[in-house]
Ligand binder design. Sequence first.
Ligand code: HEM
Length: 343
Amino acid sequence: MKRIVFHRLFGVLCLTIMLGMGVMSGVAYAQQSGAVPGNTTGSVNDSEFWRSIRQGGQGLVSIPNKTAGIMIQSEGEEWRSLRNGPLSTYGGYLLALSLGAIVVFFLVRGRIKITGGRTGRAVPRFSQPERWIHWFVASLFILLGLSGLLLMFGRYVIQPIIGKSAWSAVASASLQGHNLLGPMFVVALLIMLGVYMKDNIWQKGDLTWALKGGFLSKGHPPSWKYNLGEKSWYWLLFFAGLAISTSGLLLDFPWLVERVQQLQLAHLVHAGAAVVLIAASLGHIYLGTIGVEGALDGMTYGYVDEKWAEEHHGWWAEEAMKTRGDVIEGAGETMPPEKAPAE
Ligand code: HEM
């Protein structure tokens, strides 16, 4: 029995030595003759062969995805470290800063009330299509924002709590949902930007609103339909929204680009612009709900109280009442009773 085992071991050892000698002599031949393993890249020796790979040289592959011929893509590492480093870190700081600023603003300024009290007369502010597109875009924005933030920060915040396998399911669902809703958002955003553009063009007097203290002012500096703060939100949405949309479409349909580096750049633009927009949207949402009494009425029912219109958008209110002549008396009939301005 022992003898059989010994013979087998000896056989395996001899085979290994023979194979090893074969490989060594092959490598030695390749080095001597200047050939490279596989002789595919046209390099003359091993170091050039590996240097070419390290520098992102592309070899030939027989599958349709030709970029699979690149073994090492250094820009990928740069992208990874930018995404997991400064982008996540400063993005997180920006969101925290925005939340902090809102809390400080609330503590210092409090809720901006309708100082003169409601009059009970309602002024039409937003048509139904205007409100529909606003809420459609807002809903998509919130879903995309939440799923995007999960993909960006979830690995650090959620994974340690729910574990790797549950996180993997959440991340995959977020990614699928995000990719699906993205194109819908692009179309809806374009419609909304078109619908709201006219009144967001800068006008004479916008700066006066800001110079008189804007939201910080204790009084009510007059403004047009939108004040400079709202117009800045619109134009931020315009530029950042278009950047997010274009880069997002490239990420959703990667065959539109030629090089993977373009996708990495698109991803950085997409995530960077999205974080800026999410941080700003927190301010918009605060002012539209808790921050300014009576503002939400316009986007919910289409009407605002006349006093609210005069205090916040004096110049617009004058025009709206003069030109439209459709101020609605007894707004209780037009608005749901619980929301109707007090008589
Ligand atoms: C729950 C979230 C939101 C609330 C409560 C809200 C509330 C409001 C309100 C009350 C107005 C009317 C302001 C006025 O009458 O002057 C408004 C306008 C507007 N909102 Fe929102 N909003 C929300 C989310 C969003 C989001 C996510 C976006 C963009 C992606 C957005 C974009 C706009 C735009 C473009 C306007 C028109 C005014 C302007 O151009 O500044 N909103 N919103």
